[in-house]
Design a protein around this ligand. Structure first.
Ligand SMILES: *Cc1c(COP(=O)(O)O)cnc(C)c1O
Length: 376
């Protein structure tokens, strides 16, 4: 029986409370489990305790994955997966327009371990073909991209990689499993910073890698050595959060579309970047490969971005994204501050660019808050 995502959010992976018949998964805080007559005994760092399994099964259902691993942060998921697959002498291809932390990790860590890499300054799959080498092992992308919400063709990228025996990885954080399921388009491994939409309340730090059973095993072999597992209590909190993921994201999609349209109609706002706008360069592609356009958008203000942000009353200036509350950041000062000004200009991130993570509040209230800050 194929279940709707809203139903999967509530029910998939739930543990049965056989002892007391409660309706929610019991929490198993134990770090010590019986080893007699079992294949692999449970242990938190083996990523196989009951609450890790429950939340993993729910996420597998939502991303149509066979198996996966739940980590203590998004970066733990990203780096452990990369180091689980790549070895000395391999070559990896990365989209240049990546989450700042990932970009920093690649450019400071890869060469230390003898892994070659190429950053591709393009969101067109055709531009990745010329940089592929005989030793290329992975292509790593992020779509919609941060912070300009550019869209990359997942199916075309997966086809190119498959034909060369290369694995494709995607950071699917911005879309969430509600708006985009990359495995359905032929991508091999899906990564999420669960700190964002999956947790959704700005109070959990976690990460996820979801893929086939075989690839999960490869990643797991490194994961148990690197040790970045999520503890049972946090797994329980994540499972609880995921029950409302579909509801939250659907409301965020609606709100973001309305706000993007409002901003576009305002003469005092420069460029507005949202894949749900018909004149966004990635709109047609997004319509094909996404199930919703998401809760992230960016726009340019002509005035001092910090002064603009200070005039907002509801929308909070804060790092991070994906929470029920609307937040706003200036990428040049936050997520992309580790990338130098020249690089930033190259990827089109102006100093007055603001990135908004749209929450689940009433859209009219958010628009009124923005309108006040724009027109004072
Ligand atoms: C936040 C984020 C990460 C890193 O996740 P952490 O949970 O902070 O380690 C990776 N990718 C994207 C797109 C993010 O937004």
């Amino acid at each position: 029986m194929s279940l709707d995502k809203k139903t999967q959010c509530v029910h998939s992976g739930s543990l049965e409370d056989r002892q007391y018949k409660g309706v929610v998964s019991p929490v198993y805080p134990s770090t010590a489990y019986d080893y007699v007559d079992v294949d692999t005994y449970a242990y938190p760092r083996y990523f196989n305790t009951p609450n890790q399994k429950a939340v993993k099964d729910k996420l597998c259902a939502l991303e149509n994955a066979e198996d996966g691993i739940i980590f203590g942060s998004g970066m733990a998921a990203i780096t452990t997966t990369l180091f689980g697959i790549l070895k000395k002498g391999d070559h990896a291809v990365f989209q240049n327009d990546l989450y700042g932390g990932t970009h920093h990790a690649i450019t400071t860590q890869m060469e230390r371990f003898g892994i070659e890499y190429t950053l591709v300054d393009s969101m067109h799959w055709e531009d990745y073909e010329p940089v592929v080498r005989p030793n290329t092992k992975v292509i790593y992308v992020e779509t919609p991209s941060n912070p300009l919400l550019k869209i990359l063709d997942l199916k075309a990228m997966a086809n190119l990689a498959r034909s060369r025996g290369i694995l494709t990885l995607i950071d699917n954080t911005f879309a969430s499993p509600i708006n985009q399921n990359p495995l359905d388009h032929g991508i091999d491994i899906v990564l999420h910073s669960g700190t964002k939409y999956l947790g959704g309340h700005s109070d959990i730090c976690c990460g996820v890698a979801l893929t086939t059973s075989a690839l999960t095993k490869d990643i797991w072999n490194s994961s148990i050595n690197l040790g970045g597992s999520l503890n049972p209590q946090m797994c329980h909190l994540l499972e609880r959060s995921l029950k409302t993921l579909a509801l939250r994201v659907k409301q965020q999609n609606i709100n973001a579309q309305r706000i993007a349209e409002y901003l576009q109609s305002s003469p005092k706002v420069g460029g507005v970047y949202y894949p749900g706008l018909p004149d966004h360069p990635g709109h047609e592609l997004a319509k094909e490969q996404m199930l919703g356009y998401g809760g992230m958008l960016s726009f340019e203000v002509n005035s001092d971005p910090n002064e603009f942000v200070k005039r907002l009353k509801l929308i909070k200036s804060a790092m991070s994204l994906g929470g029920v509350e609307s937040t706003i950041t200036c990428p040049a000062q936050t997520s992309h501050s580790k990338i130098n000004a020249e690089e930033r200009a190259k990827v089109g991130i102006k100093d007055g660019l603001l990135r908004m993570s749209v929450g689940i509040e009433e859209a009219d209230d958010l628009i009124a808050d923005l309108d006040h800050a724009i027109n004072r």
